[in-house]
Write a protein that binds this ligand. Structure first.
Ligand code: PAF
Length: 259
């Protein structure tokens, strides 16, 4: 497995490595089983697997969230190696956003509802970095988790609108045995907060926004940002709550049996 730090390096490595299809798994590191399921799918379906590892400052608000985002590159690289990744692209912020950077991708409507309303600019940061990763790595397929259903919808729209030649592969949400969707942010929860956080997947599992809102209103110690049916592909019941200083998002598809 080769680790590349610059655009020039990953381009040169992809050219010499790739014969056949290329799968890209974009990550911000702090890998968990959800990421590993994406990497395994990419390994099965593609000749070359590229994982990006970049905590993207452009998708964080300026409230200290970026600084406290969990990072453990050595562990991430070990897990990537064990899962059969061929190339890792782990650039610096300056490499991705060189001085003077001023070109942004805005998925106007989809990017401004739900999460976009509570985290203005978030999806602009996501769409911009993902498009840049696509142009650098030139994958045939890119892998994302259904857990971030709105992110998937925003990226699907971007791919359609800009006629990008990338197949979007979306894998089911991976949950812990207690039902909590895996997220790098779960590491911030105290055992007591984690117990309270379980109200979110339980409420969403009703698949009914009214029942889910009522259930969450009765749960102590949660601040509900939204619980809404979103007309995505597939439609989902999506919710976001704050537990202490940690914000959690989750959703359940309302059609099909996939998470
Ligand atoms: O889902 C994530 O981890 C990030 O939003 C992504 C897609 C890697 C872009 O930074």
């Amino acid at each position: 497995m080769k680790v590349c730090r610059t655009v020039a390096e990953i381009r040169a490595a992809s050219t010499s490595h790739s014969r056949g299809s290329v799968g890209l798994v974009p990550t911000m590191g702090s890998l968990h089983e959800g990421h590993l399921s994406l990497l395994r799918a990419a390994r099965e379906e593609c000749d070359t697997v590229v994982m990006s590892l970049f905590v993207n400052p452009a998708q964080f608000a300026e409230d200290g969230d970026l600084e406290r985002y969990p990072r453990d590159e050595a562990r991430d690289l070990e897990l990537a190696r064990a899962t059969g990744v061929d190339l890792v692209f782990a650039p610096s912020a300056d490499e991705m956003y060189p001085p003077g950077f001023q070109t942004w991708v805005e998925v106007a409507e989809l990017g401004s509802i739900l999460e976009g309303e509570h985290r203005p600019g978030h999806f602009r940061g996501v769409a911009t970095v993902v498009l840049k990763l696509f142009t650098i790595v030139r994958p045939d397929r890119a892998y994302f988790g259904q857990k971030d259903a709105q992110q998937v919808e925003v990226l699907r729209r971007m791919i359609r609108d800009l006629a990008l030649e990338v197949e979007l592969r979306v894998l089911p949400t991976v949950r812990d045995a207690d039902g909590l969707a895996l997220s790098s942010r779960n590491a911030f929860l105290t055992p007591e907060e984690r117990e309270r956080a379980l109200a979110l997947p339980r409420a969403l599992s009703t698949r009914d926004p009214v029942a889910a809102r009522a259930a969450l209103a009765e749960s102590n110690g949660l601040v509900v940002d939204y619980v809404e049916v979103a007309d995505f592909d597939p439609p989902v019941l999506a919710g976001a709550v704050r537990v202490g200083s940690t914000r959690l998002v989750d959703n359940v598809p309302l059609e099909g049996d996939d998470e």
